[in-house]
Design a protein around this ligand. Structure first.
Ligand SMILES: [Zn+2]
Length: 273
């Protein structure tokens, strides 16, 4: 059995940004109600500073884990020193992934050639450290697939997957999981719903991307890990199975990909929740 702590945690939000300034007023309250609903969280850095903040949150809460990495928007800030720092942070057992890394040709906030270069370097770092990658891909699928085929990550997830079943197949052939979040509940996303109805449960991870991408019925408001349940319910409806089945399978997937069990054991701290 993979889940040693299933009495405590029923669901994992595998992608949130709990260090975001959007939570500066009430972060402790948001985290408390997340745990009260038996939801654990992987909080993900986007630059060096937020990666440190993510790890700090993880160190203080048993059911929060961290991803550390440089987002494609921030790729221009990556250098040997940053790589060294990421490696150092990753020595902490609460760091369970390198991410959020990838390509974003929609906003183009770093030059595309820099994005590609920094993405490859961080895949290599993750492989070297035996950690999964958390991948961001926006309007960059052609280059994304080319890079993934050439520089195969050992394991990882395509965060906020929004494509059709053919693209899902391409990523699954590379051994990757698909992160499904709030956009699944948006009216326009029939192609994504069709894909998710066909993607096997053992390839799906639930996520929110909090504070962004809030699912219906809270769309337009700030997102938070608590709303992971709306994503689970939508998937259950599409597959015509009980919501608990989605919850159980996706949580096992998360424990398996991110090796959460061992890390929860190692880092139980007195005085932390
Ligand atoms: Zn994100």
């Amino acid at each position: 059995m993979l889940i040693a702590d299933s009495s405590k945690i029923e669901l994992i939000d595998t992608h949130a940004h709990l260090d975001s300034a959007d939570y500066s007023e009430d972060r402790a309250v948001v985290i408390a109600r997340t745990f009260a609903e038996k939801i654990g969280v992987i909080t993900v850095g986007v630059d060096l500073e937020s990666s440190k903040a993510a790890l700090k949150l993880a160190q203080h809460h048993r059911f929060i884990w961290a991803g550390v990495g440089i987002h494609p928007h921030e790729a221009k800030t990556f250098d040997a020193q940053v790589a060294k720092q990421l490696r150092k942070l990753s020595a902490d057992p609460k760091v369970v992934a390198i991410g959020e890394i990838g390509l974003d040709y929609y906003r183009d906030l770093s030059p595309r050639s820099t994005q590609r270069d920094v993405f490859v370097k961080q895949i290599e770092l993750a492989n070297d450290l035996d950690l999964p990658v958390i991948i961001h891909n926006r309007e960059s699928t052609k280059d994304m697939l080319a890079i993934l085929r050439k520089h195969r990550p050992k394991s990882g997830v395509i965060h906020s997957f929004l494509g059709d079943i053919d693209l899902a197949g391409e990523f699954m052939d590379l051994g990757l999981y698909l992160g499904i979040g709030g956009p699944l509940t948006f009216k326009k996303n029939d192609i994504l719903r069709d894909a998710v109805s066909q993607i096997p449960l053992d390839r799906i991870l639930l996520e929110t991307d909090s504070p962004y991408l809030t699912p219906v019925p809270y769309r337009g408001k700030r997102n938070e890990p608590l709303y992971t349940r709306y994503v689970a319910e939508e998937i259950a409806g599409l597959k015509d199975i009980p919501s608990e089945e989605v919850t159980k399978a996706s949580t096992q997937d998360a424990y398996l990909l991110f090796s959460l069990q061992d890390k929860a054991r190692q880092t139980t701290q007195v005085g932390c929740v």
